[in-house]
Write a protein that binds this ligand. Structure first.
Ligand SMILES: [Fe+2]
Length: 709
């Protein structure tokens, strides 16, 4: 049975397809249309999913989208009504009491042309952030009345209902030909499903921590066997993601997804504003937290979010209170000072404090030590890397596309298990963990979603082709992964597991060679063993190597299939990469890929990080050995590489280790200020327009001639 999941009409639009509970394909729309964080409808992603499966849309049984306009509807309407009442009653007093501050702030932020935005770490996706799908201005953010808000909600709901129209258009099919059953899956349930049903855990605590989605910012749950039971949530307008995005805007980083820059800036500062941030976001009992709303606009005035099949643009979230407390907002591009560094450090520390507050409560409530983590804030790899140090959790699974693109996958699995549940109900009983449970025990609509059955196979590389699937006898660890907690857990549970992220397009050697010939490039072709040995030699010789192999990654990280790889021993490689290719801010770190079994030799923690979503401290004595991947505070956002997940990349690092004695390479995404390359054509174009030294595409290598620099 095929199930199609879609994340549409906001940032990181994506599609995923599963068959009988196994991933066929999952991909972000930005990789096709080349617009970063593209919102709108993921038409090309859907077409790719169908192409990969070799099916027509009529063969899909269920289609879902990761939004449910009806979720929490009564709370949304109550909130809108109370806001409208406050605005009617409070407008005159605000003009006299706070107007001056607000006007100053308008000049510094809006008047300068700043188009505040942001996502990734703190994606924003909510009913309260008014949006327009036509690229127009959704309003001036001043005092929308209840009627305007209800109208907005209805049009937003209608947009979701348009899913069927958009899908038919994307596929050039008639609406009548879409015989699938359509579903709206609540945003955070999609996140939670994405972090549990493909995790190695039979039983786990789950946390989705986010900007907003369907009126909720944070949701925690317990996953067991084939069920997820929601325990509690934090509702609008309180959100850790909102705090991170608002502060990112204030610090002069205006684009959707810029939160990662602030995370990279934080280690340069001191948290001297920590008390201010403890006032901005306050923890409460039972894992809850609340914002000091004086610092924000989203709850009071609404914030516009616009797109036009392009990158989302989010209006200013922070209020004049930020200016009162910290001084004027930094203009984008202005020099960074200690103030910005210290604000970033304080924000990061406070995010971690609140994150651990929620997680410690989640552990206390569940007693579990395995954790599935998702949501935009789960891209904060610095926080993730400290979870084992600050909470009782012992194993952590972070879904590779933890942000909104991953909800496409969550939608698939949520539907999959609901369908299983229905089938079980019809048969009179359900089976959980091999134990038959009387139907009378299950409750409807309480967050429990229960299904049956799980694959006994573990999927290598998160991909679909049968050749990438490996089987392990129950209880046996996969060979060659003595340190892999996650693999061992997967083997024990016997579940279908996505440990990698290699679910995107791949290309045959014929297709690759055809592109090389069209480009009139001279290239050499190597055997499978030669190609990694040659590339390792090039890396060790200090060359900048493009490395394009196999299926493209799902999620924000290049994990050795669409990567640029260089020597981490050479401190100057950071500057070389920035100068020749990446053009990134100099304070941003580059990441190491390390042979998984050598992790403990180089890092203070050894829990696997196969999707590069953990930051650990590099061992003091190793820092001078790999300076290009050691951040200013001695940390590194590592990718642990096992042979099972990515044999060719593992071999490349092994060959580099043979040459140099260092089992680490620097891995940065294959792109130049654009989405990560998807096709050989895009890889070649990136190679030609940058000053990369060698491009390995499949088994072929193209070398830049010395007179081309
Ligand atoms: Fe989200």
């Amino acid at each position: 049975m095929y199930i199609l999941g879609i994340n549409a009409y906001h940032g990181d639009a994506a599609a995923a397809l599963i068959k009988d509970g196994r991933i066929v394909a999952a991909v972000e729309e930005e990789r096709f249309n080349r617009v970063k964080h593209c919102a709108g409808f993921p038409a090309e992603s859907v077409r790719y999913c169908l192409r990969t499966a070799g099916i027509g849309v009529e063969e899909i049984a269920h289609i879902g989208v990761s939004r449910d306009p009806s979720a929490h509807l009564h709370k949304k309407i109550l909130f809108a009504a109370s806001r409208a009442a406050k605005q009617i009653g409070g407008r005159s007093s605000r003009q006299s009491a706070g107007g001056q501050t607000d006007r100053r702030q308008e000049q510094s932020a809006v008047g300068s042309g700043q188009s505040a935005g942001g996502a990734g770490v703190a994606e924003i996706e909510d009913e309260e952030i008014r949006r327009t799908g036509n690229g127009g201005n959704g309003g001036n953010g001043k005092g929308p009345g209840i009627f305007r808000q209800v109208k907005d909600r209805l049009s937003n709901a209608a947009k979701v209902r348009d899913l069927k129209d958009d899908l038919a258009r994307a596929l050039g099919a008639s609406k009548g030909s879409l015989r699938a059953q359509f579903h709206n899956i609540e945003h955070h349930r999609a996140h939670l499903a994405s972090s549990f049903y493909v995790s190695p855990f039979e039983r786990a605590a789950l946390l989705s921590i986010d900007g907003f989605g369907d009126f909720v910012s944070t949701m925690w749950a317990i996953g067991e066997g084939n069920s997820i039971k929601v325990l509690d949530q934090v509702e609008y307008p309180h959100s850790t993601g909102i705090v991170y995005t608002a502060t990112t805007q204030f610090l002069g980083f205006p684009h959707y997804g810029d939160e990662g820059k602030v995370m990279g800036l934080a280690p340069y500062g001191k948290p001297r504003y920590i008390e201010e941030f403890r006032d901005i976001i306050r923890t409460e009992e039972r894992g809850q937290f609340r914002l000091n709303l004086d610092y924000f606009r989203h709850h009071a005035e609404g914030v516009d979010m616009t797109w036009d099949q392009g990158s989302p643009v989010i209006g200013r979230i922070f209020s004049g209170e930020f200016v009162h407390t910290f001084g004027a907002a930094r203009e984008p591009g202005a020099p960074l000072t200690d103030r910005e560094r210290d604000i970033a450090a304080s924000l990061q520390q406070r995010l971690e404090e609140v994150g651990f507050h929620v997680l410690n409560h989640l552990h206390a409530e569940t007693g579990l030590t395995d954790l599935g983590l998702s949501g935009g804030v789960a891209y904060n790899s610095v926080m993730n890397g400290k979870i084992l140090l600050n909470t009782p959790f012992r194993r952590v699974y972070v879904q590779p596309a933890a942000g909104d693109s991953g909800t496409a996958l969550g939608v698939c699995y949520e539907i999959h298990h609901r369908v299983k549940q229905t089938v079980s109900l019809r048969s009179g009983a359900s089976e959980i963990n091999g134990v038959t449970e009387p139907v009378g025990l299950r409750s409807g609509g309480d967050g429990n979603v229960k299904g049956t059955g799980s694959s006994s196979e573990i999927l290598k590389a998160g991909g679909a082709p049968p050749s990438q699937t490996i089987k392990h006898p129950s209880g046996a660890a996969p060979p060659g992964t003595p340190h892999s907690l996650l693999y061992n857990a997967a083997a024990h549970s016997g579940r279908y597991v996505m440990l990698g992220a290699y679910t995107g397009p791949e290309f045959t050697n014929e297709e690759i060679e055809a592109e090389l010939k069209i480009s009139d490039l001279t290239y050499e072709t190597y055997s499978d063993t030669e190609v990694t040995a040659r590339a390792a030699q090039d890396i060790a010789a200090g060359l900048v190597v493009g490395w394009f192999q196999g299926r493209m990654e799902f999620g924000p990280r290049a994990l050795g299939n669409r990567s640029i790889v260089v020597d981490p021993r050479r401190a100057e490689m950071k500057e070389i990469l920035n100068d020749r290719i990446k053009k990134r801010e100099p304070f941003r770190p580059f990441a190491p890929s390390i042979l998984e079994e050598r992790t403990a030799d180089y890092f203070e923690q050894s829990h696997p990080a196969p999707t590069m979503l953990m930051v650990y401290q590099v061992r003091e004595e190793r820092r001078s050995e790999i300076p290009a991947v050691t951040h200013v505070d001695g940390s590194g956002r590592l990718q642990t590489v096992s042979r099972e997940l990515n044999p060719r990349y593992y071999q490349l690092i092994s060959d580099f280790n043979q040459l140099t004695g260092v089992p680490v390479v620097l891995n940065t995404s294959f792109n130049e200020n654009e989405p990560i390359v998807c096709t050989p054509r895009q890889a070649i174009d990136c190679f030609l327009k940058t000053r990369m030294d060698v491009l390995y595409v499949g088994n072929n290598a193209v070398r830049r001639k010395s007179d081309e620099y």
